[in-house]
Design a protein around this ligand. Structure first.
Ligand code: BDR
Ligand code: CA
Length: 315
C-alpha cells in the first residue's frame, strides 16, 4: 500500500489524478494539500473540498500557498483558457462547500504527516512546488523521512508549454522547484517529455463517463473545456499530465528514466527551464555538483499508462 499526500491545484487534470488516487486499490490517500496555479488558492482549495465531497474522499484538505516563495516573483492570472474561470471547466459549482479545510497550512500538514510515519509517505506534487519548499524550509529533516517525491513538472528533452523551455508548474515558482530538486530526498520528475504522449480522446472520455457512473460523468463534464483547449496541440483529446505522476507511483515500469542532478533556471529568458546533468557525463565544476541525483522520465509506454488510468477511474 502506498501512503500518499497529494499536493495539487485543481484543475481538471488534477481532478482526474485525484480520482485515480482515490480509486486505486494500492493507494492510501492520507491528505490533499492545495496550492495556487490553475486557479487562485481560494479557487483550488474550494475545488479540492468540492471534489472531496462529490467523490466521498475521506482524506483531509489543507490549504497551501497562494503565491510563489519569493514575494518579488510575478505570478499573474490563472490560465482560464485551459481550466476555465472556476478551474474545473466551468461546470456549475455550489456557492458554498460544506467541508472545511484542515486548520494547519499545507506545509505544516505535510511536516506532521511525514513525521507521524517516517519513511512511509510519498508526496505526489502536481502544481507549483511552493508547499514542498515551505515544508523543507521549516523542517529540513523531513527530506530524509519522506519515502519519495513524484512530481509533475519540467521539460527535459522537449519544449516547454509556457515558454520554449519551461513547463507551467516549474515556471510558476522556479525557486521552489529548485529547492525541491536539490533537497536530499528522492525525486522523480514526470514532465512534458512523457505527459504530452498520454492523451485521452473525447470519445474515450465519453465511454469512461458511461462506464464509471456519476464520478466519471462529472470528470467528463469538466474535461470538455480542457479538451477544447488541447485540440490545438493534440487531436480531439486531453493530455493527462497529472495522472501520469500517479501512474508512476503504481507502475514505474511503464516509464523510462534518466538519472542526474537537476537544477532550475531562475532568471533570464530561460526562467523555469529544468536542466539535468546526466549521470556519467563529466563537465568542469558547475551548479549541479554536490546535488543529489534525481530521476527525470524521458519516455513512456503511453498505451499502458492510459489503460491503467482508464481502468482505475472507471472501476
Ligand atoms: C501542469 O500545469 C497545469 O495546468 C496542469 O494541471 C499540470 O499540472 C502541466 O504543465
Ligand atoms: Ca496540476
Amino acid at each position: 500500500m502506498h501512503k500518499v499526500i497529494f499536493d495539487t491545484d485543481p484543475g481538471i487534470d488534477d481532478a482526474m489524478a485525484l480520482l485515480f488516487l482515490h480509486q486505486h486499490p494500492q493507494v492510501d490517500l492520507i491528505g490533499i494539500t492545495t496550492v495556487f496555479g490553475n486557479g487562485t488558492i481560494d479557487t483550488t482549495t474550494r475545488n479540492a473540498l468540492y471534489l472531496k465531497e462529490e467523490w466521498s474522499i475521506e482524506a483531509p484538505v489543507a490549504r497551501g500557498a497562494g503565491m510563489p516563495l519569493d514575494p518579488r516573483r510575478e505570478y499573474g492570472e490563472p490560465p482560464r483558457i485551459v481550466h476555465g474561470d472556476n478551474a474545473l471547466g466551468n461546470v456549475p459549482l455550489p456557492d458554498v462547500v460544506v467541508s472545511r479545510p484542515d486548520e494547519r497550512p499545507a506545509h505544516r500538514f505535510i511536516i506532521d504527516a511525514v513525521r507521524a510515519d517516517p519513511g512511509n509517505v510519498t508526496i505526489i506534487a502536481v502544481g507549483r512546488m511552493t508547499n514542498l519548499a515551505l515544508a523543507l524550509r521549516d523542517d529540513p529533516e523531513i527530506a530524509r523521512l519522506v519515502k519519495k517525491v513524484i512530481l509533475m513538472g519540467g521539460a527535459f528533452t522537449v519544449p516547454g508549454n509556457v515558454s520554449p523551455v519551461a513547463e507551467a508548474n516549474i515556471m510558476g515558482d522556479p525557486e521552489a522547484a529548485d529547492i525541491v530538486f536539490t533537497a536530499p530526498w528522492k525525486v522523480v520528475a514526470v514532465g512534458l517529455d512523457v505527459t504530452m504522449k498520454t492523451v485521452i480522446t473525447r470519445s474515450t472520455m465519453a465511454q469512461l463517463a458511461e462506464r464509471g457512473g456519476e464520478r466519471t460523468k462529472l470528470l467528463a463534464a469538466m474535461s470538455q473545456h480542457y479538451i477544447d483547449f488541447y485540440t490545438r496541440f493534440v487531436e480531439d483529446g486531453m493530455v493527462v499530465h497529472d495522472s501520469c505522476a500517479c501512474a508512476y507511483l503504481v507502475a514505474p515500469e511503464l516509464f523510462a528514466t534518466r538519472g542526474g542532478a537537476i537544477r532550475v533556471v531562475s532568471e533570464g529568458i530561460a526562467v523555469g527551464q529544468t536542466i539535468q546533468k546526466p549521470d556519467g557525463r563529466f563537465f568542469p565544476p558547475g551548479a549541479w555538483d554536490g546535488n543529489p541525483g534525481q530521476l527525470a522520465c524521458i519516455d513512456v509506454d503511453a498505451e499502458g499508462v492510459l489503460g491503467l488510468i482508464a481502468e482505475t477511474i472507471a472501476s
